[in-house]
Every structure is written in structure tokens, then in C-alpha cells.
Ligand binder design. Structure first.
Ligand code: BG6
Length: 504
């Protein structure tokens, strides 16, 4: 096993969570810190200070944390470790709009730092709606809670959760508000897909193996399919989703980042900005889809009623909190081009949706057909292409489809799949995305975070599509039955090119 060339060294710090009693804190953030502790990679000295409007005592917060960990953590509560973890959890109530709340926060923070002998390193996690971000960072600044960046002395870092805006304009406003208070080197914009083990493996696969890079281009690759399918509907998040939809919720961030990792040029080092420059370059090369082109290159749809495991399930418009005439898309498929030398003429097909047949995310690279001379001589029966599938979740691994001879006296061939599964190859379970990302912030490594220019470039591209959709109304909003693989229109998008979506 080879060791990392830049091992991460997380620093002792206090994690201040705005939205400390909210969903994200309970489901992801607190369990993530706890798992880092159990795995022995958390700095020895640390604290978590939750903040929120609900007045909770430290004891209440500790109890909430315990319940959250019992429910959502990948590792169970250890009674041996719990007492020390618990004594490092604190809560201070306060409204983000109230300047006095930040003074109270400061006092509490300083007290905790003194009591636990913490060096004053602070990470502010903004797990709050985007409309409150400007107030939060301004509050932190005026209470004197933000240190300028420096190589010596304690650090102040801020983690910004998605959604960062709902179009280019609003994203810029949020970025400006944060940049007035924090230097870019202190800002960590989360895209949790970048923290997934299988997503990080994309770079290792491409750049630590000699066999892929020579064929990773338009000469050998026919097309690429990226699928992020969810079986769940909108659940309890209708208020947010009604303002977002699948394009903003999944494509602007997660799927474009997956695309960047598959399409980017080899970075010359693993330094955060070198890697981020390489990803950014891909965003710059995306061919814009605007105006009437949205009709040709995009399909959006909404899930309607259907059957799941034999039971009737209502459609999106009947979900609690959704407008009965909502035109928000819960599914989107896009055909796009990365206009550079490497990807010249190679179509990329993206699809994502809620209420689909199953949860399955993968990137499938389809290689070009071989010359029709030997085993492929019959034009009526072309051989299946080689496909490299990078499975992101829930299965984690790789498959490579190759053509093999069927045993027997005839020269008969058949496709077979070579499999690699993380669970089988490695004894250790994959950490959750938030574990890795929080650790990176504690260590000051921003490689897996979104730089401002990348967020804005993604929004610029997405805003072109949004404006096209606005101009051409909702006449292309087909419905697909919940539990299906999406609308037939999405099949046409790819089938009109003589290709088909992979069956997952
Ligand atoms: C979030 C979206 O960013 O990602 C959700 O807001 C989506 O709508 C989720 O369900 C998917 O994340 P994961 O890690 O479960 O694939």
C-alpha cells in the first residue's frame, strides 16, 4: 500500500455549527465528527458549539447528539468514548439577525477555548438557508470572530453549504457577502459528492494507472453517461425543492463536478489550486445550451403517481408542501459537449431524478466499436462496446465489460463483466463524505471544495438552461410514473443518436 505524499494533519479547533439543531447537523455533521473520533483521526483537542434559534441547554444538545449518532452514525455509540466526546459539545441559542447573539457566541466560544485549552482555531459551518448567509458572516465579522488568514496564529475558516444561490446573480451575491469577511483561502464551499470515496477514486483510477490515460479521449471514447438516480421522492424538503428542482439541486453542483473529474486534464500536482484549476478548465469548455437549444439538448419531467412494490404512491404534486400545479422538474436529462481537444465531438449524457426505479449512481464510459472485420463482421449483429463503469453508490466499485469467447468449437463471443467492489477488496468500510470533508477543513486542504470561480461558472452554464426553459414555458414537462426510469422523452434524447441509456 502506498502512503499519501501529503498526509492531512487536522488541527485542534472548535467547530461552530450554525443550524446546530437542524437536519444536516444531526444526520451528517455530528455523526461525522464522532466517526472521526472513533477512527482515531480527530485532533486530540476539539469542541463542537451548536447555534440555533431553539433554546437548547448543553445537556439538551448532548442528548440530541446522542440520539442522532444512534440513528445516523455508521459506527455505534461506544460507552467508553462517549463521556469525553459529550463534554466537548455545547450549545448557544441566538438568532442570526440579532447582533447581540454574536456577542453571546463569542463569549461562549472564548470560555470553551479557555476551559479546554484550545488554541483558538475556529471553523464556522453555515448549515443555514442561503438567505441567512450574509447576516451570519457579517455577524461574525462585527463580533470580531474572524481572524485574517496567516500562517501563524489561530485560523478562522468558514464552510458554506449548498445551495449557493439559485442562479448566477444570487450565487454572486452570496459569494460577495462571504468574501467581504473571509479571504478565499479561508472559504470551504461544500459539494459533498467530492468527499465520496468512489468519487475521489476517479482521479486515482485515471492518473495512477497507465492503461486509461492513453485511451481517455475522443479517439477511443464514443460517449459518456452519468446517472444519479434516487428512488426517494422529495420527502420533507418540498419548501426548498419547490424553489430548486433537479437541475439546480443536482446538476449545478454534484453532476457537473463528476463530469469535471472524468473530463479534466492531468493536474501537475495535488495542490488544491492545481486540481481546482484543472476542474475549472472543464467548466470553461462546456458548450452553452441556451434559447431554443434547450428543446434539443434537455428534457425535464416530474414524477406522477405510480406503483412502488405493489403499493400506490402519489405523484410529486400531491407531496406535502408542493403546489398542486407545480411545474418544478424532479428529473432532468441533458446532452452536452465539452469543447476541447480531448473531448471533441464526444457527447455526454447526464440524467438525474427523484422517484426513480432505484438508487443508483454511476459514470459509464462507452468505448468506440471495433472495426467490423473479424468477430464483428456481421453488420446486422454488431458486438457490444467495451464499457468502463465507475459505480458511485450504493454499490461502490468498477466494472469493465469486455467481449469473450464462449467455450465451444465455434468462434462465438459474448460480453462479460470484470468486477471490482470496494467492500470485497478492502476490509475497511468507506468513511462518509462529510467525515473526509470536515477533516480536510481541519487540516486546511481545500482540494475537495468548490472555489468561487467554479461555483459561478457552473451557475453561468445552468442559468443558460434555466432561461431557455423560462422562455419556452412548461410545455415540455412530461410526467413519469414514480418508480419508473423517467420519461420516454429522455430515451428519445439519446436514442435519436443511435445510443441507449444503460439499464441499471
Ligand atoms: C443533496 C440534494 O445535495 O444531495 C438532495 O439536495 C439529494 O436532493 C442528495 O437527495 C443526494 O445525496 P446522496 O449523497 O444521498 O447521493
Amino acid at each position: 500500500m502506498s502512503e499519501p505524499t501529503h498526509p492531512l494533519v487536522p488541527q485542534p479547533c472548535t467547530l461552530v455549527i450554525f443550524g446546530g439543531s437542524g437536519d444536516l447537523a444531526r444526520r451528517k455533521l455530528i455523526p461525522a465528527v464522532y466517526n472521526l473520533l472513533l477512527d482515531g483521526i480527530l485532533p486530540p483537542n476539539y469542541a463542537i458549539l451548536g447555534n440555533g434559534r431553539t433554546p437548547l441547554s448543553d445537556a439538551d444538545f448532548r442528548q440530541t447528539a446522542r440520539e442522532a449518532i444512534a440513528k445516523y452514525s455508521r459506527q455505534k455509540i461506544s460507552e467508553k468514548v462517549w463521556p469525553d466526546f459529550e463534554r466537548r459539545l455545547f450549545f448557544v441559542a441566538g438568532s442570526l439577525q440579532d447582533p447581540k447573539a454574536y456577542k453571546a457566541l463569542r463569549q461562549r466560544l472564548e470560555q470553551i477555548e479557555t476551559d479546554l485549552k484550545l488554541p483558538g482555531n475556529r471553523i464556522f459551518y453555515l448549515a443555514i438557508p442561503p438567505t441567512s448567509i450574509a447576516d451570519a458572516v457579517e455577524g461574525l465579522r462585527s463580533a470580531g470572530l474572524v481572524q485574517p488568514p496567516s500562517s501563524e496564529g489561530p485560523f478562522s475558516r468558514v464552510i458554506v453549504e449548498k445551495p449557493i444561490g439559485r442562479d448566477l446573480d444570487s450565487a454572486r451575491k452570496i459569494n460577495e457577502a462571504v468574501s467581504r469577511v473571509f479571504d478565499e483561502s479561508q472559504i470551504f464551499r461544500i459539494d459533498h459528492y467530492l468527499g465520496k470515496e468512489t468519487v475521489q477514486n476517479l482521479l486515482v483510477l485515471r492518473f495512477a494507472n497507465s492503461i486509461f490515460e492513453p485511451i481517455w479521449n475522443y479517439k477511443f471514447i464514443d460517449h459518456v453517461q452519468i446517472t444519479v438516480a434516487e428512488a426517494e421522492g422529495v420527502g420533507t424538503r418540498a419548501t426548498y425543492y419547490e424553489e430548486a428542482g433537479a437541475l439546480r439541486d443536482m446538476v449545478q453542483n454534484h453532476i457537473l463536478q463528476l463530469l469535471c473529474l472524468v473530463a479534466m486534464e492531468p493536474p501537475h500536482s495535488l495542490d488544491a489550486d492545481v486540481v481546482r484549476n484543472a476542474r475549472m478548465e472543464v467548466l470553461r469548455c462546456l458548450r452553452l445550451i441556451t434559447g431554443k437549444d434547450v428543446e434539443k439538448y434537455t428534457v425535464r419531467a416530474q414524477y406522477g403517481p405510480g406503483k412502488v412494490k405493489g403499493a400506490d404512491v402519489p405523484g410529486y404534486r400531491r407531496e406535502p408542501g408542493v403546489k398542486p400545479d407545480s411545474t418544478i422538474e424532479t428529473y432532468v436529462a441533458i446532452k452536452l459537449f465539452v469543447e476541447n481537444w480531448r473531448w471533441s465531438g464526444v457527447p455526454w449524457y447526464l440524467r438525474t431524478g427523484k422517484g426513480l426505479a432505484k438508487r443508483a449512481s454511476e459514470i459509464a464510459v462507452f468505448f468506440k466499436p471495433i472495426p467490423q472485420i473479424l468477430f464483428n463482421a456481421n453488420p446486422e449483429a454488431p458486438l457490444d462496446p467495451n464499457i468502463l463503469v465507475m459505480k458511485i453508490q450504493p454499490e461502490e466499485g468498477l466494472t469493465l465489460r469486455i467481449i469473450c469467447k464462449v467455450p465451444g468449437t465455434k468462434a462465438k463471443t459474448n460480453p462479460v463483466e470484470l468486477h471490482f467492489l470496494y467492500g470485497e477488496a478492502f476490509a475497511v468500510p468507506s468513511p462518509e463524505a462529510y467525515e473526509r470533508l470536515l477533516l480536510d477543513v481541519m487540516a486546511g486542504d481545500a482540494s475537495l471544495f468548490m472555489r468561487r470561480d467554479a461555483v459561478e461558472a457552473s451557475w453561468a452554464w445552468i442559468t443558460g438552461i434555466l432561461e431557455g426553459w423560462d422562455t419556452f414555458g412548461t410545455k415540455w414537462l412530461p410526467e413519469y410514473p414514480v418508480g419508473s426510469w423517467g420519461p420516454v422523452e429522455a430515451n428519445r434524447l439519446i436514442e435519436s443518436d443511435g445510443r441507449a441509456w444503460r439499464t441499471l
